[in-house]
Design a protein around this ligand. Structure first.
Ligand SMILES: [Cu+2]
Length: 198
């Protein structure tokens, strides 16, 4: 019964709401505003204080409400904000001493692991990685990418996706001598190894 009684006044208030809201933005400090805002948005038809006439005489330009902000988000140029990180060097484990004369290396994976975590190629010469995705449960797809840092931030090569139980030969440009990480970009936590270029 309460509802039927309140229907009348509520409708009247909500019709006037746009005007009230505009006025309220200009004078949010006024306590009357909060009351009328509640009436237009919430179900409680609190009819309070006579809506002062001072309200409708809006200030010329009301400060933009915070709720408008999201729509302008895409315009912000993100790249300039990015810091220029100094990359941590890759340090190969003592167990990784590959030949660094190769111009072609073989790499394969099973499930979410590379079957070798240590590759070596010659510095200053293009080389190829003959990769075979050995598949596994769910036929996972993988790729091979090369980074200068262990965190996978500084990419120097990114190979395309290879489907499960298929092979692909990646052609990589010449790299300076050093130790690199090779990762699967899709599963970098488990699929990683060292590429020693020397
Ligand atoms: Cu993967």
């Amino acid at each position: 019964m309460l509802r039927t009684r309140s229907a009348g006044p509520e409708r009247a208030i909500s019709r006037a709401a746009p005007v009230l809201v505009a006025g309220c933005l200009a004078a949010l400090v006024a306590s009357a505003c909060t009351a009328s805002n509640a009436a237009s948005g919430g179900p409680t038809p609190v009819r309070t204080t006579p809506v002062s006439t001072a309200h409708t005489t809006t200030a010329p330009t009301s400060p933009a409400p915070a709720s408008v902000a999201p729509s302008s988000a895409p315009a912000s140029p993100v790249p300039s904000v990015l810091p220029s990180p100094t990359f941590a060097p890759v340090v190969a484990p003592a167990s990784c001493h590959p030949s660094t004369k190769a111009s072609a290396v073989d790499l394969s994976s099973k499930q979410f692991l590379f079957t070798t975590k240590c590759l070596g190629v010659a510095a200053g010469a293009p080389f190829v990685i003959r990769y075979r995705n050995g598949g596994g449960l769910g036929n996972p797809t993988h790729n091979v990418a090369i980074y200068r840092d262990p965190g996978g931030l500084s990419n120097v090569y990114r190979g395309g996706i290879v489907l499960a139980d298929t092979a692909h030969t990646y052609h990589v440009k010449a790299l300076p001598a050093g130790v690199y990480m090779f990762l699967c970009d899709l599963h970098p936590d488990t699929m990683r190894g060292y590429l020693v270029v020397g």
